[in-house]
Design a protein around this ligand. Sequence first.
Ligand SMILES: [Zn+2]
Length: 313
Amino acid sequence: MVVLGLLAGLAWADDSLRVHFIDVGHGDCIFIQTPDDGNPRNKSKQGLRILIDGGESRYNRSWPVRYLKQLGLKRGDRIDYVVATHLDADHVGGLPMIYDTFHVLNTVEPGYDHPTRPARSFRAAACRESLEGTIYWRDPVKSGLISRPGGKLNLGSELDARLLFYSANPGRGEGDTRTNFSSIVLRIRYNAVSFLFMGDAPKAVEESLLALYPDSLLASTVLKVGHHGSASASSKRFVRTVAPRYAVICAGLRHRLPRAATVALLRDTGGAEVWRTDDRDAEEQKNALTAAGDDNIVITTSGKGNGTRVRWK
Ligand SMILES: [Zn+2]
């Protein structure tokens, strides 16, 4: 595990963007450290900590906290944004522990009600712990986080960050569960390197994105593949448009994901190198309870030239 270089990023100014795909078994959990050019005079928010989703509650809810502590975060330390892409258990289940442990300043979620215990626990924790911050949880547009879908998020002057999609009122019959259809889709670009985070957005959302935005706003260096690499996401047209150099799949045995055909599509159609948080699970005969923790993926990039500097952990 390459920890020393990462610890430095928490302590002082750094011009690297770091994206950690934390292995929580089946589920999503992504921690982002945004760059800081170290110039106190430009007065923009910099060196932010952002957590996208928090893993499952039943099997592995302690993994995100454990991982962040390994990085050097201490109890009570600040996390600037928690983004809950949608309220399914494998995305918000671990978040209450995050709120109990760290000081979360802002919470962003799509605003679609999902009356399950993990969703209720997440919202209760977000309300309780974010009193000094802001909860953009009914509608990121109405609450003023962004001006419109696709609007820019202020994550520091170094980054171009956009909330490309979310739905507080997902319709029926649009190709997947309503919670998945509510998924926040976020794109972050740092100079020449871009990341597209799809949550569990299904093909119908991919169609919306293709209709709403120019190809140049979807094309990305790194694609966090939608819905754990299942058949409900990653249409051929969408993968071709995004054309990722790297495709990251967050998965962990529980639902027999990712689908082999999706992995093949990403490699063959998109020409992507595919990285998975379940890489060693089969070979080590892991199960849903033990799949987490051993396949974390860390991408460190200066955002310049052709250089995504990539580091595995
Ligand atoms: Zn999911």
